[in-house]
Design a protein around this ligand. Structure first.
Ligand code: AMP
Length: 615
């Protein structure tokens, strides 16, 4: 990494914040932090082109916290996020950075949460509000939220807000913020509408963009595992166990704390593992590297800074246990393997929301990174059995077995069993410390679609938005006649394991037949598009977009299919939604013909005729 700033102390942050960063285990600022923090501390507006995983949250959160007057219990900073999951995550990050600022309060507000609770929390007072645009707008309109004391406004993942159809809401809010405040806009991409918002509302912004230089990596096999269905630690040990040419591994994590935790956990599972982080003095650091070279250690868990310059030919594997901040860090990390003419292996763990970073790395390195299928229990067992057989064979070839053969005979005679059974009992005893068969289940293989078509892999996954765009590309019924309703056959009915998460209780999937059609009071005349409706429902009621069925867009109203059996809270949340500022007034669309299969367009036409008399 080329981050010129080595420590957070160089920014001149207050001691409470520095202490929090030490507690959390951040060693050094990430590149985006190194560039943004000084700019924001100087009071400039900022455009930061950065995606999830780069450390952008701390990049805006630390300067923002530096400006908070804890004695003034009024919102002094507002952070707008596209989804409630992100709002909660950002609020949690702020709370953890502010752990040594007594009395500090951050409040996430988002759609789908009860107004009564939110009103109470707002009345109690918070220093920072993190919210989704719709709900923030609502509170501003009701005057239950005031921005009179606002010092900082952050637009997080602005391009996502655009894709989800919230950009008008965001502008509405921007129009109502006091003249004097600092604005920071973060976005992974900079489409024109976002540029326009920046030009209109930011004052002489500084731009920070994390460069991603293209580099080629030779002689290294690169694979990734999409984190799903299994803990990263279990996946790691399975992978390391069956990798063919495993010799030694360097594992990268983000924090000092994580190096120690992972080293301890691996040691507890019988690996010769140690941590390498910035807390180690030069002598201790050299000792760890020496031990890795000599084979006294097989695994070293390091932070980026601590691993700089490591050159150990034995390192057959680099594991990116936590995804790197940028492509430069990735290239640097995986350059620790494949040395001295050997072939290296680079394994990358990617959470669903980090898939964008994976694609960025692929582009920058101009190499595809192949998905890795997690070894099954049987794979691991086979590998262990093979190793066990080898060890037994080695002992069989050695001298001095007579004494033991004699014992086996005695046991066989005393127990009245054959030698094979005695051998089986001994084999069972011999593997007790590390059983040949591993416990647990095999996770379902990750659905390739979760990566390859950018489909959402889990609830609230922020990678879902490209689907909204895809939808926009499909042929529309409207093209064939302006007065016809517009339908989009989403064609992706929920699979049993993918059902919407209205609550935590396991339930049977609502089959297609159980979809219920609702009518809402927004339509084409309100300037509404399909993506606006999907975005609002997904975001404000927490229903994943793929569980939203077909949407029929009419002039004055629209219809939406949603899974049957929705709990009351979800339905209530839906009723309160606004799309483009218009209350949708959701209600079951009773008495209308169902959308079923081939008859859908005819059915709709006659329906439209009956209802609006213009078919
Ligand atoms: P973000 O891109 O803000 O979502 O951050 C991604 C992850 O990196 C989060 O888990 C942060 O806690 C972590 N992180 C952010 N900055 C640092 C840092 N300077 N050192 C270590 N971890 C960090």
């Amino acid at each position: 990494m080329s981050s010129p700033v080595e420590s957070f102390a160089e920014f001149g942050l207050s001691s409470g914040l520095l202490q929090a960063l030490t507690d959390i285990g951040y060693e050094t600022p990430s590149p985006i932090q190194a560039e943004c923090i000084p700019v924001l501390l100087d009071g400039h507006d900022l455009i930061g082109q950065a995606q999830t995983g780069t450390g952008k949250t701390a990049a805006f959160a630390l300067p923002l916290l530096e400006q908070i007057d804890v004695k003034l219990t009024k919102p002094q900073a507002l952070i707008l996020t596209p989804t409630r999951e992100l709002a909660i995550q950002v609020a949690e990050a702020l709370q953890s950075y502010a752990r040594h600022l007594p009395g500090f309060h951050v409040l996430p507000i988002y759609g789908g949460q009860s107004y009564t609770i939110q009103l109470k929390q707002l009345a109690r007072g918070a220093h920072v509000i993190v919210g989704t645009p719709g709900r923030v707008m609502d509170h501003l309109e009701r005057k239950t939220l005031s921005l009179d004391h606002l010092k900082t406004l952050v637009l997080d993942e602005a391009d996502e807000m655009l894709r989800m159809g919230f950009i008008d809401d965001v502008e509405w809010i921007l129009e109502r913020t006091p003249e004097k405040h600092q604005t920071a806009l973060f976005s992974a991409t900079m489409p024109d509408p976002i540029r326009r918002v920046a030009q209109k509302y930011l004052v002489e912004p500084r731009e920070v963009k994390i460069k991603s230089a293209t580099t080629t990596i030779a002689a290294t096999r690169q694979v990734y595992w999409q984190v799903s269905g299994m803990h990263k630690l279990d996946a790691l040990t399975r992978i390391l166990e069956v990798e063919e040419d495993f010799d030694a591994a360097l594992i990268f994590v983000r924090t000092k704390t994580a190096t120690v935790e992972l080293a301890d956990k691996l040691a507890a599972r019988g690996y010769a593992a140690a941590a390498l982080n910035g807390d180690l003095n030069q002598q201790m650091r050299e000792r760890v590297i020496e031990q890795l070279k000599s084979g006294a250690l097989d695994i070293v868990i390091a932070t980026d800074v601590a691993a700089r310059g490591i050159d150990v030919a034995r390192i057959s594997h680099v594991v990116n246990y936590d995804i790197p901040y940028d492509t430069e860090a990735y290239v640097h990390r995986i350059g620790r393997t494949g040395r001295a003419g050997r072939t290296g292996n680079a394994i990358l763990f990617v959470a669903p929301r980090e898939i964008r970073m994976l694609r960025t790395i692929e582009r920058a390195t101009r190499q595809p990174i192949a998905p890795l299928t997690l070894p099954s229990r049987a794979d691991v067992t086979n590998k262990r059995v093979a190793g066990f057989k080898e060890r037994v064979a080695a002992v069989l070839n050695a001298e001095g077995l007579e004494f033991f053969a004699n014992i086996v005979s005695q046991i066989a005679e005393e127990q009245d069993v054959g030698a094979e059974e005695v051998a089986a009992a001994l084999a069972k005893m011999a593997q007790e410390a590390k059983p040949l068969q591993i416990a647990g289940e095999d996770p379902l293989p990750p659905r390739p679609s979760a990566v390859d078509t950018h489909r959402p892999a889990s609830f609230g996954d922020r990678e879902r938005s490209p689907r909204f765009e895809e939808r926009g590309d499909r042929p529309r019924f409207e093209d064939r006649g302006a007065s016809r309703p517009r339908f989009e056959d989403r064609g992706d009915k929920p699979r049993p394991e993918e059902r919407p998460r209205f609550d935590d209780k396991p339930r049977r999937a609502a089959p297609a037949g159980e979809m219920v059609r609702y009518r809402i009071d927004v339509g084409r005349e309100h300037g509404v598009q399909v993506k606006d409706i999907v975005g609002a429902i997904a975001n404000e009621a927490g229903i994943e977009s793929r569980f939203i069925g077909r949407i029929g867009l009419y002039d004055e109203s629209s219809t939406v299919e949603l899974p049957g059996g929705m709990p009351k809270e979800a339905e209530n949340a839906l009723k309160r939604i606004r799309v483009r500022g218009v209350p949708i007034n959701l209600r079951p669309d009773e008495g209308s013909p169902r959308f079923d299969g081939e008859h859908k367009s005819d059915g709709e036409r006659s329906f439209k005729k009956r209802k609006f008399g213009d078919g």
